[in-house]
Design a protein around this ligand. Structure first.
Ligand SMILES: Cc1cc2nc3c(=O)[nH]c(=O)nc-3n(C[C@H](O)[C@H](O)[C@H](O)COP(=O)(O)O)c2cc1C
Length: 328
């Protein structure tokens, strides 16, 4: 399998398949299972910024004592925060001890909050990198686009200044000026961008007229947006691209590498079909390489990226006449 070796954020991966942050990576046993199935790296299930703050607030809300004992309030806030952080750091530490593949810690944040105080500790417990998942749903009509963008830039800037080890930002595709935003993160010195995150989208239960939470797994056709943007951006960035969303087969994996991804993340495919799909995808990649006389995939990585095409216009078309005029 040495032919499948890749570098991602300066880390050496034995192959380009990373199991993404999800319930598949929430405990030591599960992380080990990903390694045993052949994954090249794992992203641990995220610790949420709200998780760090919320428990303390709930405890304080339930007791009048904290209104008169300000010290007690601080104590509860700190100890609760430490509870979540400590158990998360402990999981990362155990994983880095037990696994031979890189272990990437993950923080899901919305602001420049208390989580920034803990960034260095991720590295101290052995995390090979940090993946930052920042997303705010821009629901407030009075907040202008520039303000929202700035909040992303501030968080990434702050994280970059503290984080002395590899840093990735997991992106949403929902930016008006996506290429410019990615390039700005690149200029800020992130080591990788993960294109793209997939979001929880609530549904309605029409019997009870209530909001129904959904586990929003991707389907094999959900990869096009990630593929297009990987191809459009890969040759223009200094940082690496990790493709994510809808990668369910060796064919899609090959396409992502051809478009310039250094690695890919998989979640839904493993949740739907089991861990064996990782091996199946790697075998398929090797078979494809044999058929195309590629000794390593450095030979073909990025060959179909926008910048490398004689006619790159196909990657740029959002409404392509030929495909929209198909007869049914
Ligand atoms: C049940 C579930 C939980 C997830 N939890 C997280 C998380 O904690 N942090 C994160 O960055 N992404 C999380 N994700 C997003 C995945 O890491 C991944 O980006 C997304 O599912 C798209 O990849 P896929 O098409 O291979 O599933 C979660 C996804 C699912 C389905």
């Amino acid at each position: 399998m040495e032919r499948l070796e890749t570098t991602y954020m300066g880390l050496t991966l034995k192959n380009p398949i990373i199991v993404g942050s999800s319930p598949l990576t929430s405990s030591l046993d599960k992380l080990k299972k990903c390694e045993d199935a052949g994954a090249g790296a794992v992203v641990v299930k995220s610790i949420f910024e709200e998780q760090i703050e919320s428990d303390a607030k709930r405890m304080i809300a339930g007791s009048d004592e904290f209104l008169v004992h300000a010290d007690a309030q601080t104590f509860v806030e700190e100890s609760s925060r430490n509870y979540y952080i400590d158990s998360y750091l402990s999981l990362v530490e155990q994983a880095t001890d037990a696994l031979d593949i890189p272990v990437i810690a993950s923080v899901n944040c919305t602001s420049k909050g208390a989580w920034l105080d803990y960034v260095e500790r991720f590295s101290e417990v052995g995390a090979d990198a940090l993946e930052l998942n920042k997303f705010i749903l821009p629901t407030d009509p009075s907040v202008e686009q520039g303000e929202i963008l700035n909040s992303y830039y501030e968080v990434v800037k702050a994280a970059r200044s503290i984080c002395k080890f590899p840093l990735a930002i997991k992106m949403s595709s929902q930016f008006t000026s996506l290429a410019n935003v990615v390039k700005t993160f690149d200029k800020m010195g992130v080591d990788a961008v993960v294109l793209f995150n997939r979001f929880y989208q609530p549904d309605i239960n029409i019997k009870t007229l209530t909001i129904k939470p959904t586990i929003n797994l991707s389907d094999p056709n959900d990869y096009y947006q990630s593929l297009q943007w990987t191809a459009l951006l890969s040759a223009y960035l200094n940082c690496d691209i990790c493709a994510s969303t809808g990668i369910h087969s060796a064919e899609t994996l090959v396409k992502m590498l051809l478009s310039g991804a250094k690695a890919v993340q998989v979640c839904s495919a493993v949740m739907k079909h089991g861990h064996a799909i990782i091996g199946t995808m790697l075998e398929g990649l090797l078979r494809w390489m044999d058929e195309h006389d590629a000794n390593t995939f450095i030979d073909f990585r990025g060959k179909v990226a926008h910048k490398r095409m004689d006619d790159p216009s196909h990657w740029e078309r959002a409404q392509y006449m030929k495909s929209l005029n198909v007869e049914f």
